[in-house]
Write a protein that binds this ligand. Structure first.
Ligand code: NAD
Length: 414
């Protein structure tokens, strides 16, 4: 995961946008580094009676436009630099979506696949004990991310409420409905992404007949299921997870593939599918490719072979800077992560708002408000592409960085 340093990539993206905006060096320095970082160790009692020490992180990258917001990942290869990069992207993402939040991220270096449910709960509660004094609905609001889920959020919320000794559901988002969660969160990231694909198809005047998904997890599965509703169809011809990539030119039934994945833990052995390599999936001739796994999947080594008309980045940081240039020169319409995957944090923001006034909205209202936000963000980024004559990621960064820099200046920080 870290052979390519994601934080260096994130910093170079900020620098490039700052140069285009002619930002002064103090503003540039401020935006290239996290405002606050917490690194801590958490001792956890394991089922066999031993105590294991895990390394944990929470980064509040920038909170000029509002409290820091971003997920917590449980991953065996987690590093401070991965978290810094992801926290940085959250700042530009919330700014592009134009919601009043900053950006943050957290993580624990652990392998959840090798842990029992009780051990996972112990890690989750210990994590919150480590950061409780630094988080809160007006400071920093974590959420789930790779290998964390709504159950983990409830354990964390419960631990936090025990520490602060009051009811405080808005401290974390993406909770189940019964404990202050919101309607529409489960598919929000994918819904936002597919909404931007809809706008791209209108702009490019194409019909999205085929699509492929790299990373058939939460975001990937939901994107597959939403194609029919938002785009009126399109065949899912390939999907992958960490274990396998599968292909069928006639298309898979997304619902059946989701059921198979939930039942067996993988897309592997889905009836009627042929196994292909992970790289083959990325280079298939499809209308839309959704990278929805981890960072650095589209690189200088494979970008030249990408044939998709639209690349909708549901994953965070799936494309390296070299690949960005190659895809741009090839005329591929990339919808960059900080725009394409902003639906999740947008609905998390709706959840915080509802938690704050303890009154909950109907699902249709959430969908409608999400659609409005993402459609507007998509066209703002398209305008920046035209105005600055730069590739889509840089244009989205210019939009996000300009909004954050403006508030840093107004506050008198720089
Ligand atoms: P997830 O853990 O549910 O799914 C990730 C999937 O990717 C898993 O099925 C995993 O097996 C697969 N995968 C891992 N390595 C792979 C590889 N090398 N090749 C192919 N597949 C691989 O996570 P998720 O919540 O769906 O998140 C996916 C991506 O989207 C992450 O980058 C995450 O940061 C980003 N994202 C998610 C949300 C959200 O709301 N879920 C919001 C914004 C961004």
């Amino acid at each position: 995961m870290e052979s390519y340093n994601s934080f260096k990539v994130a910093q170079s993206q900020v620098l490039e946008a700052a140069k285009l905006l002619n930002l002064d060096s103090a503003t540039c320095d401020l935006l290239m580094w996290p405002q606050r970082e917490f690194t801590f160790t958490i001792p956890v009692k394991m089922d066999n009676g031993s105590v294991k020490i895990f390394h944990a992180y929470r980064i509040q990258y920038n909170y000029a436009r509002g409290p820091a917001k971003g997920g917590i990942r449980f991953h065996p290869e987690e590093t401070i630099d991965t978290i810094r990069a992801l926290a940085s992207w959250m700042v530009w993402k919330t700014a592009v979506a134009d919601i009043p939040l900053g950006g943050g991220k957290g993580g624990v270096r652990c392998d959840p696949k090798k842990m029992s449910e009780r051990e996972l709960e112990n890690v989750s509660r210990a994590y919150i004990r480590g950061v409780a004094q630094h988080i809160g609905i007006d400071k920093d609001i974590p959420a789930p991310d790779v290998y964390t889920n709504p159950q983990i959020m409830v354990w964390m919320m419960d631990e936090y409420e025990t520490i602060v000794n009051n009811h405080n559901p808005g401290v974390l988002t993406d909770k189940p409905l019964q404990v202050g969660g919101t309607e529409g969160r489960r598919d929000a990231t994918a819904r936002g992404g597919v909404t931007t694909v809809r706008e791209a198809c209108k702009l490019l005047k194409i019909e999205p007949k085929t699509f492929a998904i790299q990373g058939f997890g939460n975001a990937g599965q939901r994107a597959a299921l939403l194609h029919e509703e938002i785009l009126g169809g399109g065949k899912l011809i390939a999907a992958s997870d960490s274990r396998a990539a599968i292909y069928n030119p006639k298309g898979f039934d997304p619902k059946e593939l989701v059921t198979h994945k939930l039942k067996t833990g993988s897309v592997k052995d889905f009836p009627g599918s042929e196994i292909i390599s992970h790289d083959e999936l990325l280079t298939l001739n499809v209308d839309v490719l959704y990278p929805a796994a981890l960072e650095n999947s589209l690189t200088a080594d494979n970008a030249d072979k990408i044939k998709a008309k639209i690349v909708c980045e549901l994953a965070n940081g799936p494309t390296t800077p070299e690949a960005d240039i190659i895809l741009y020169q090839k005329g591929i319409h990339v919808i960059p992560d900080i725009l394409a995957s902003a639906g999740g944090v947008t609905v998390s923001y709706f959840e915080m708002v509802q938690d704050k006034y303890s009154y909950f909205w109907e699902e249709e209202l959430i969908h409608e408000r999400l659609d409005k936000k993402l459609t507007k963000a998509y066209h703002t980024v398209q305008d920046a592409i035209k105005e600055k004559k730069v590739h889509p990621r840089l244009a989205a960064m210019v939009v996000g960085v300009a909004r954050v820099a403006e508030v840093c200046k107004l506050r008198g920080w720089v």
